[in-house]
Design a protein around this ligand. Structure first.
Ligand SMILES: O=C1C[C@@](O)(C(=O)O)C[C@@H](O)[C@@H]1O
Length: 257
């Protein structure tokens, strides 16, 4: 059976990376595979425009036997494509065999907390999600924010995106104090109790590391990690090897109780 993000029994340790060429993406996909990743996530923002098409992406996907997730956000430093044009690239990734496509929660209507509540934008998102599903890929709806959120705020946020026919819902918040970290743990546990869909709840900030390592044991179904640190692409995630070591040695997951 083809491995996807959603048919794996354990939290999916997902190697995340970017690259300027298909060769760079393929090399990094293999680095992640041999570090032990269960899935791969590519941020298309750094890929040179001439490679932002189906055949180039298919070459990368076919080079590694792991499921691929693709995201393409507004921070594209090269083309400044609008929301519509960026989705064409993501649809090409779905045509190429992507397993999950990331749809921003405020796609078509840039909004606070990356969550639109504008009905016309939501309807347009749902039509896009139908097209992605039609190509055989799953959809994660995502929102990122540089501030802390309460557990109830996150539950309300993800319950809203879950209504848009997503297969997975995702939020990335920020924790910079012990209280905010404690709230992040309470949030993950509340999501595990209340949400019907698989979810990704991650944090950045100075207190994020304990939550990055423990969240997957508490219900986070997909998490991001890197094969090694690359100064071009940030350092927010732990390494794949460290994540696998912790998860494999904990011998405990809330899903198995
Ligand atoms: O959404 C995510 C998760 C992330 O924000 C993180 O904090 O691990 C990194 C992003 O590039 C990715 O798309």
């Amino acid at each position: 059976m083809k491995r996807t993000f959603l048919n794996q029994p354990d939290p999916v340790v997902t190697g995340i990376f970017a690259g300027q060429t298909p060769a760079e993406l393929t090399a990094e996909a293999r680095n992640c595979e041999f570090e032990g990743a269960d899935g791969l996530a590519v941020d298309l923002g750094d890929l040179k425009p001439e490679f932002r098409k189906r055949d180039a992406l298919k070459g990368v996907i076919d080079a590694v036997r792991l499921p691929f997730m693709f995201c393409f956000y507004r921070n594209d430093p090269q083309q400044h494509l609008g929301d519509d044009a960026r989705q064409e690239v993501l649809l090409a990734a779905a045509d190429a065999g992507a397993s999950i496509i990331d749809v921003m929660g405020d796609l078509y209507d840039p909004s606070p907390m990356e969550l639109t509540r504008n009905q016309a934008a939501v309807d347009k998102q749902k039509r896009l999600i139908d097209r992605i599903h039609g190509k055989g890929a799953d959809v994660v709806i995502s929102s990122h924010m540089q501030c802390p959120r309460t557990a109830e705020q996150v539950l309300e946020h993800l319950s809203e995106t879950a209504k848009r026919d997503a297969d997975v819902v995702k939020i990335v918040t920020t924790v910079n104090s012990d209280d905010e970290l404690a709230e992040a743990f309470r949030t993950t546990l509340l999501l595990k109790r209340e949400l019907k869909l698989p979810f990704i709840h991650l944090c950045n900030g100075s207190y994020s590391r304990p939550h990055r390592f423990m969240g997957p044991a508490l219900g986070v179904s997909i998490l991001f990690a890197v094969s090694r640190y690359e100064p071009r692409y940030g350092m927010g995630q732990p390494t794949i090897r460290a994540m696998k070591t912790v998860l494999q040695n904990m011998h405990w997951n809330i899903n198995n109780l």
